[in-house]
Ligand binder design. Structure first.
Ligand SMILES: *Cc1c(COP(=O)(O)O)cnc(C)c1O
Length: 338
């Protein structure tokens, strides 16, 4: 039972079946029908002009940052943003740009934060602010979801200051489900969106980058430079098509499982602060006799893997590899702790 991340999913037998049946071609030549279908379906779903299949969410984000910025520019994001803390310094390495991390709330920033962080264009001391990156759901924020009205205010602020707006939507489908916001609203509002297929959607690899036709044309050139042009990628894209058909609605189960486990944890006196559980991620403190490492090792003895993410915090993530029976067993093990 692996609760460390929703990246630990294995393709289901019908997903493997879909891979075997996929029509493929050379996608570097634009001739892979399965990749084309995945890209077309994703751009239609979000009402965006074009899409690009990429090997990873990191590559999608990094391509977007590269296309939206010039060397020396500044990128506004949360200090907990994946693009800032988990992409190997890629903003500097790939784009020669620098991050302007903002403290924010659980990995989310506000329009006021953005307005305060934009550099004046008439001061040569200052880097040119060109891009704002949001993350929804926020991974380090415990899978929390942005308030839609705040996103619209951030868009407005970006318009006032001539900034592009990118969304790291690694878990955007979890946010859409939890908030009921239509996908097309996101497509209308962001200049680019990256969506992971390898998280809750249960694909082995892959991410889709969305944007305008011009943006995606540039993005494709950057993907090539990064070595992300893949040949018969349709075998993998087929898993994405399968996931769009079969793994979106079921995310509700993951959210319900997360709430069930959260309730069991909160009954325990050694569990301290827990970030609000809005989707499939739980982040919580333990104290007293239980350190995160001790807690993790105890669960491991019962066949349950969780992650200790700081000297006080643990993380539990639900996904399609976690069944109702596994959740039941986990709740029993948590109740056995004292
Ligand atoms: C996982 C993740 C990514 C990208 O991850 P890859 O492993 O490179 O696909 C990007 N942003 C967030 C918030 C993530 O959780």
């Amino acid at each position: 039972m692996d609760f460390r991340s929703d990246t630990f999913t294995q393709p289901t037998p019908p997903m493997l079946e879909a891979m075997l049946k996929a029509p493929t071609g050379d996608d570097v030549f634009g001739e892979d029908p399965s990749v084309r279908e995945l890209e077309a379906r994703m751009s239609a779903l979000f009402g965006m002009e074009a899409a690009l299949y990429c090997p990873s969410g990191t590559m999608s984000n990094q391509i977007a940052i590269k296309v939206h910025t010039r060397p020396g520019d500044e990128v506004i994001c949360s200090s907990l943003a994946h693009v800032y803390i988990y992409e190997g310094g890629g903003i500097a390495f790939n784009s020669g740009a620098q991050a302007r991390p903002i403290e924010g709330d659980r990995g989310m920033i506000s329009a006021a934060d953005v307005a305060a962080a934009v550099n004046p264009t008439d001061d040569d001391h200052k880097a040119t602010t060109s891009l704002v990156c949001l993350e929804n759901t926020s991974n380090r924020g415990g899978g929390c979801c942005y308030d839609w009205d705040e996103i619209l205010r951030i868009r407005e602020t970006c318009n006032q200051h001539n900034l592009r707006l990118h969304l790291d939507g690694a878990r955007l489908f979890n946010a859409l489900l939890a908030t009921g916001q239509p996908a097309a609203d996101y497509g209308r509002t962001f200049d680019s969106i990256s969506v992971c297929l390898n998280k809750g959607l249960g694909c082995p690899i892959g991410s889709v980058l969305l944007g305008s036709k011009d943006f995606i044309r540039e993005a494709k050139r950057v993907r090539k430079k990064l070595g992300g042009g893949m040949r018969q990628a349709g075998y993998m894209a087929a898993t994405g098509i399968y996931a769009l058909d079969h793994h979106i609605d079921r995310l509700a189960e993951d959210h319900a499982h997360a709430k069930t486990i959260a309730a069991a944890l909160l009954e325990q006196s050694f569990v301290g602060h827990m970030l609000p559980v809005e989707t499939n991620i739980l982040i919580f403190d333990v104290h007293g006799d239980w350190t995160p490492v001790k807690f993790r090792d105890y669960l491991a003895k019962h066949g349950i893997r969780v992650m200790a993410i700081s000297p006080t915090q643990l993380r539990i993530v639900t996904h399609l590899g976690i069944t109702a029976d596994m959740v039941k067993h986990t709740v029993e093990v948590i109740r056995s702790m004292s």
